[in-house]
Design a protein around this ligand. Structure first.
Ligand SMILES: C[S@@+](CC[C@H](N)C(=O)[O-])C[C@H]1O[C@@H](n2cnc3c(N)ncnc32)[C@H](O)[C@@H]1O
Ligand code: SF4
Length: 453
């Protein structure tokens, strides 16, 4: 049976326009598509997770994720903010985190195979004290089986992250640092409520780099208020000049209810860039990186040399298993998808009783691995026929050719010898394309996909 594909549907195939980069779709979607998953009944959450962590390893790659939900000040554009950093609250949280690490590390599933990557994300993990950073790193290395080349990333920002803390983190065994810079421009930074001016950020990054101890990567945003194309070009140039190991270029995603929205409505901030302008800024970034021979690791990520590997980010986008820790940490183990409670009190109470702080648990559907492979392919900028068919278990790539041809006609992809590669326009719209493809598969009657085999 054939897949039902409506190639007349503009929301699916994009507009036919001379400028697909800017106008193929109306707006980038914010959410990431998941698979069809089934909720686990509330009274089965604890026993299901206990069984999973008493079980054997699956053989899939595995990572640890530790969430630190504190920031000193909330940036006006950010939707990740949870709690203001306070010494007392952070100390209480850190104790609970240590208990959770010890408890889960002792479980058979955890000890059954080595982890390839560890990510301490947030929030702002660099707001932890020097002692906490060393202790966290050492605890992870002592308690968990890690591969010899395990990537252990500390995320955060340069604010109040001086030599003492950087050295404490190195002593703890962190071997990769990811700093949110967003923009180097002081006016852009101040209006977004970033805490240090341009000179401080540049000086800090240079100082970490001078240790030559671990890869340093930075996040840049494009489309912030006051960040016009000239400022953006200077941001890209600053990344290159400061000589760090890699960069992520993210478009600003506006979400309802952010402080930035209120400031714009009150006339205190100029409008952030619209989608067409951001598309142009993305293309500037792509051209800039190519001109300066930066090595591309995904649609949004580049490395300046061989030091940056980005293991966690690439594994997390495939079917890797991720064991989560902390309030707001998410992951998946043995086909169970979980998000831990974002509320610190609920989290601490659960950990004290050796309960999983997981209010909702779902079981991934059998399509989850296929959808994971699709998302990973689009994130990288290329979908391989062989890999897709292997994952699906039938000739899915060929069945999708009406959609792929329509995308090609609209300037979003190019098809050649078993590969669907994204054009610059397709790279800008990669999340939309991947969501459209996954949505299309989800909308097929189940019998169609089975018979397609
Ligand atoms: C969870 S934050 C942690 C980084 C660190 N706390 C900092 O502020 O530098 C990770 C990244 O998410 C990105 N981010 C935050 N808000 C965003 C938004 N509204 N749109 C797109 N990216 C955003 C930023 O680039 C940020 O560096
Ligand atoms: S960008 Fe970073 S520091 Fe700013 S609010 Fe978000 S997580 Fe916190």
């Amino acid at each position: 049976m054939e897949l039902q594909i409506d190639i007349g549907d503009e929301a699916l195939v994009g507009r036919s326009t001379p400028d697909p980069l800017r106008y193929a779709f109306s707006k980038k979607r914010a959410a990431h598509a998941g698979g069809r998953s089934a909720m686990v009944a509330a009274d089965k959450v604890q026993s299901s997770l206990t069984n999973a962590l008493n079980g054997a390893a699956s053989g899939r790659p595995r990572c640890l994720y530790v969430h630190i939900p504190f920031c000193r000040v909330r940036c006006s554009y950010c939707n990740f903010f949870q709690y203001a950093s306070s010494k007392a609250l952070m100390a209480r949280y850190f104790d609970a985190l240590m208990s959770e690490l010890r408890w889960k590390a002792a479980m058979p599933w955890t000890q059954a195979a080595p982890f390839q990557a560890v990510y301490i994300g947030g929030g702002t993990p660099t707001d932890l004290s020097a002692e906490q950073l060393t202790q966290l790193g050492k605890t992870l290395r002592e308690l968990f089986p890690l591969t010899p080349d395990c990537e252990i990333t500390l995320e955060g920002r340069v604010n109040r992250f001086g030599a003492d803390k950087f050295e404490a983190a190195l002593e703890g065994g962190f071997n990769r640092f990811s700093f949110g810079v967003q923009s180097f421009n002081t006016q852009v930074r101040r209006s977004a409520k970033r805490l240090d001016d341009r000179e401080v950020v540049l000086e800090r990054l240079q100082s970490y780099r001078a240790y030559q101890a671990a890869p340093i990567v930075v996040d840049l945003l494009y489309g912030l208020p006051h960040q016009d194309e000239q400022v953006w070009l200077q941001d890209l140039q600053d990344y290159l000049d400061v000589g760090v190991d890699g960069v992520d270029l993210y478009q600003l995603i506006e979400m309802q209810g952010l402080p930035m929205q209120t400031l714009v409505e009150q006339g205190k901030l100029p409008e952030p860039a619209d989608t067409a302008t951001k598309a142009g800024m993305f293309a500037m970034g792509v051209e800039f990186m190519a001109r300066h021979f930066q090595r591309r690791l995904s649609c949004n990520h580049w490395a300046s040399g061989n030091r940056e590997r980005s293991i966690y980010n690439s594994l997390a986008k495939t079917s890797a298993e991720i064991l989560p820790f902390g309030a707001g940490g998410g992951g998946n183990v043995a086909g169970l998808q979980m998000m831990q409670s974002r509320d610190i009190d609920c989290y601490i109470e659960a950990v004290e009783q050796q309960q999983f702080a997981v209010p909702m648990l779902s079981r991934a559907s059998h399509d989850a691995a296929l959808f994971g492979a699709i998302k990973a392919g689009f994130d990288r900028g290329v979908l391989s026929q062989r890999a897709l068919d292997q994952q699906a278990g039938y000739r899915l790539f060929e069945q999708l050719s009406p959609l792929f041809s329509a995308w090609q006609g609209n300037g979003l992809v190019s098809l050649s010898e078993g590969y669907l590669s994204l054009t610059t326009a397709g790279q800008f719209w990669n999340v939309t394309l991947s969501q459209n493809l996954i949505g299309l598969l989800q909308a097929q009657p189940a019998a169609t996909l089975q018979q397609a085999g």
